[in-house]
Write a protein that binds this ligand. Structure first.
Ligand code: IMP
Length: 338
């Protein structure tokens, strides 16, 4: 079997996603316990305990989720839908938590100014960052305020330099890979998440660009998070993995003797009833209790992966260069059987 390094994976003739690749422990590990593996990282000058961001979706990140996540060293980006942003400005929640909000292209400047003054990270939340209006918005915010800006999403790196020139500090990578995303079906657009990430990663390295990379969409397990970091992501962004937890906005619903919570694509928000063209779906996720359970599982899985791979830090993990490309049967073999 061939062991691939990142460059070879980037040159692979087919587009790849998380289930197509796995990490190959190619060295003797000196880590005795997974607690020796350190998952701390810096993202946009903030200290994180884990490389995890929550997606700014209305069924994932409200104020409660953002506050709770920050207790575990993760960053929640409060969604821009409904009245979330106004509520946030009025809320008496502890303001010491790591703060980030999403805005739309048409979000009023006065609102953005208030968040900039409060030292929030601003995420310009759009489906396609390869768009003049997004670049203009980024430039405009940057020219008025001293803030960090996340833009997205992109599927490959050809416009990375334009994003950096417009003032973007971090970029969300992945189009069509989200678990409630129907973009690829509706439009035929999209590249596997691993290939997207690698393409952007190598553009950044080749052009020596100063921008942080967020692997966004299609991440289903702690193992996928380890893979994303090993493929060069600075952090990951999660939707479905955090959905269905107590801290997400929305009610717990009892149906067929089971508890559920709603999870829906951002594009489906508010337009469902109007029969408009949308590229997102709505679904129900079994209720999973507190988000701490999910974060603990991520922390354990990531540390364990680092210990197999002899990585004491996330920077060590980002340097990993031993990957397998899985046949479909070897992928299936890896799954637990009933
Ligand atoms: P998940 O973690 O696989 O559920 O993916 C979450 C990501 O899907 C988000 O962070 C967005 O990038 C993307 N996304 C969210 N809503 C939509 C939508 O309505 N259409 C397409 N993509 C979406």
């Amino acid at each position: 079997m061939k062991i691939y390094n990142k460059e070879e994976l980037n040159d692979y003739q087919l587009s790849l996603t998380f289930d197509d690749v796995s990490l190959v422990p190619a060295q003797i590990s000196e880590i005795r316990s997974r607690m020796e593996a350190n998952t701390k990282t810096k993202f946009l000058e903030r200290e994180l305990g884990l490389p995890v961001l929550s997606s700014p979706m209305d069924s994932v990140t409200g104020i409660k989720m953002a506050v709770e996540l920050s207790k575990f060293g993760c960053l929640g980006i409060v969604n821009r839908f409904g009245s979330s942003l106004e509520e946030l400005l009025k809320s008496n929640e502890d303001t010491s938590y790591i703060k980030a909000v999403s805005v739309a292209l048409n979000t009023e400047e006065s609102l953005i100014q208030q968040f900039a003054e409060r030292n929030y990270i601003i995420c310009i939340d759009t489906a396609n960052a390869s768009n003049k209006a997004v670049l203009n918005k980024c430039e405009q915010i940057k020219s008025k305020h001293d803030v960090k800006i996340i833009v997205g999403n992109i599927a490959q790196g050809s416009i990375l330099k334009d994003l950096v020139n417009a003032g973007a500090d971090a970029v969300r990578i992945g189009i069509g890979g989200g678990s409630v995303c129907t973009t690829s079906i509706q439009t035929g657009i999209g590249i596997g998440q691993v290939s997207s990430l690698l393409d952007v990663y190598f553009k950044r390295e080749e052009q020596k660009l100063n921008i942080e990379l967020i692997a966004d969409g299609g991440i289903k397990s702690p193992g996928d998070i380890a893979k994303a970091i090993a493929l060069g992501a600075d952090v990951v962004m999660l939707g479905r993995m955090l959905a269905g937890t107590k801290e997400t906005p929305g009610e717990v619903i009892k149906y067929n003797d089971q508890l559920w919570k709603k999870y829906r694509g951002s594009a489906s928000f508010g337009v469902k009833m109007k029969n408009e063209f949308i590229e997102g779906e709505e679904t129900m996720i079994p209720y999973r209790g507190t988000v701490k359970n999910v974060i603990d599982a991520i922390s354990d899985g990531l540390r364990s992966s680092m210990s197999y791979m002899n990585c004491f830090t996330l920077d060590d993990l980002r340097q990993i260069n031993s990957f397998a490309v899985l046949s479909n049967s070897s992928y299936l073999e890896r799954l637990p059987k009933k």
